[in-house]
Every structure is written in structure tokens, then in C-alpha cells.
Design a protein around this ligand. Sequence first.
Ligand SMILES: CSC[C@H]1O[C@H](OP(=O)(O)O)[C@H](O)[C@@H]1O
Length: 342
Amino acid sequence: MKNLSALSLKTHQGELYVLDQTLLPHQQQWLHCTTVTQMVTLIQRLQLRGAPAIGIGASLLLAYRATQGDSQAQLQKDAEILRAARPTAVNLMNNLDSMLEAIQHTDFVSATVACAEALFAEDVALCQLMAEHGAALVQPNEQLLTHCNTGGLATAGVGTALGVINLAHQQGKNIRLWVDETRPLLQGGRLTAWECQQLGIPYQLICDNMAAMLMARGQVDRIFVGSDRIAANGDFANKVGTYSLAVLAHYHQVPFYVVAPHTTVDLACADGSVIPIEQRNADEVRGVSGAFGQTLWAPEEAPVFNPAFDVTPANLVTGWVLDTGVYSQQDIAAGVLQQLFG
Ligand SMILES: CSC[C@H]1O[C@H](OP(=O)(O)O)[C@H](O)[C@@H]1O
């Protein structure tokens, strides 16, 4: 494998390394990943996270295993183990489908390495296209808001929603960014804040329950969020809290955009009701996940509901910013996703 470098993933001299995102922003620790079991753990613990990054990391690990002499049969089994690591982000499934095709080749070692490297390069290019399409929507001096983390940490490139926001910043549009902390795992407060510090994006961190007040005050001009899966009718799954943000935006007439590569579109899902929503460990809600372990503040036996994602219906979305362009509700209702990707 050639040397590849993304914010949370890299290969060097044929070896794969993953930046442990659970330790950010206080520690930067690269983990050497050599086995399927290890990659599944990294994904399930969100040490490697973000819909595109999950798919690319799993693909690079499979390619690595092929270079280590694993058989085609073993690689096919490993792909299915990786597919089950997290159920909502469809990029994982799409990328593994591509890898399974490569595994069928006679020269499957070269084919799997080439496929994983191509998936990495594709995401870098798709991120740049999304950034360009989305940044064109941003007007000078706007106050933007985003939820969770959708930057370089979550992709192989500049990110999805945060890639849009960063390009608008780089274009000198004088934007300011409200960052939802994103309970319970604080992807916004820990990861997006960290990325904004690196990128020089002027931001302010808020608790998720403060977005309403800012919109009521007219202090949010436009919202960009990412996605883990977009259904055929434009409904989409994203980090839990996205749906309530979309309802608030609709009520306050704030333009609300979902930003995702076409690899996040799943035409097999007719609408959002059939998108599988991952339920996660109760302790994530009972405590506060800091960089140095869990601090429990709720009763240890407190019953908990902890869906990792929620679904936003298409009728609450102003626009879909994909690598192929920006689409309105009318475009989506006219079947543009099927025309483009069917
Ligand atoms: C561009 S990443 C899309 C999506 O992935 C994140 O989920 P997680 O942090 O659980 O991997 C979040 O929903 C982002 O919006």
C-alpha cells in the first residue's frame, strides 16, 4: 500500500494507523491497526468514527490483511465481520461491497489494495466538491451552526459540513460558527472545536439546548450538518439531535442543509423509517465522556435511551449538498437521487 494521509487515518510503509478520537482534544495517539478484531473495536468505541472514515478505515484494513497473506475466503468472512461493526453509516457497507468485488479477482492482493486506495482518493475528491458547492451558498458575515463532527476527522478529505464551513472561511466570507457540543459523546465540543482551532475558524461552543435561543434571537443564518445515510426520498440519518435542530430551523425559517458524498445515499432505503438506528451503551448518557475516561453523574442504574442517530424528514431540509451539486426539495421529490445514482 502506498503512503496515505488523512487527519484520522494514515498508512506508512504498508502499515495502517488510526488516530484515537476518544482521546482528542487533549491527547493525540496513533494506534497501529493490524487485525479485523482491532478495527471492529476501534469503530465500535468511536476511536475511528465518521461515516466516510469508517468505510475507508475498514477497507484499508482488509487490503492490509490481503498483503499479509489472508485467503480470499478469510477476507470475505472479515468483510462481513466489519460490516456489522456499526449499522447506520451506509458508507461502511458500500465500501465493503466494493472491496468484496476486488477480493473476487485472481490477483486479489493487488485488486484489494488498489480498491482501498481508490476509495480513499475518491473521498478526498468528493469532500472538495461538496465544500465548493456548499461554500457558494454562504453569504458574507453569516453566523453558521453545525452539529457533531463532520470535518477531516470523519472523512479522508476536508470533511462534509465542516469542509463547507472551512472553505467559506478560507474564501474570506467572515463567517462565525456555533458548534453544538453534541451530547452524549461530545463530537462537537471535543472534535469540531479541535478542528476549528487547527483551521482558525472563529467558533463558539454551545450546549445542544442553546441552539433554539440563538435562532430565536436571529443569530443563526444557516445550518450545515452531515449524514450517515440518505434515503431515496431525501430523509436522512445523522447524529442524534439533528432532527430537533431541523425542527427548530423550520420554525425559525433558518436554511438547513445536509452535506454528504453520494456514497452516503442508500436508494435501497425508500424513506427514513427503514434506516437502522444504532442503540449505544447506556453509560454514555449516564456520564460525561472526557478524554480520560467516563465520569458518571447519573445513578449507575438509571434507565437510559441512547440512540446514536435520529432521522430528519426531507420536508425539513432546505437543500442537499452532495459532491454532484446542491438539490432542493423539488429536485428530490422529482427523483434526482434515483436519476443520479440509480
Ligand atoms: C461526515 S461524518 C457523518 C456523521 O458521522 C457521525 O457519527 P459518529 O460520530 O457516530 O460516527 C455524525 O453523525 C456525522 O454527522
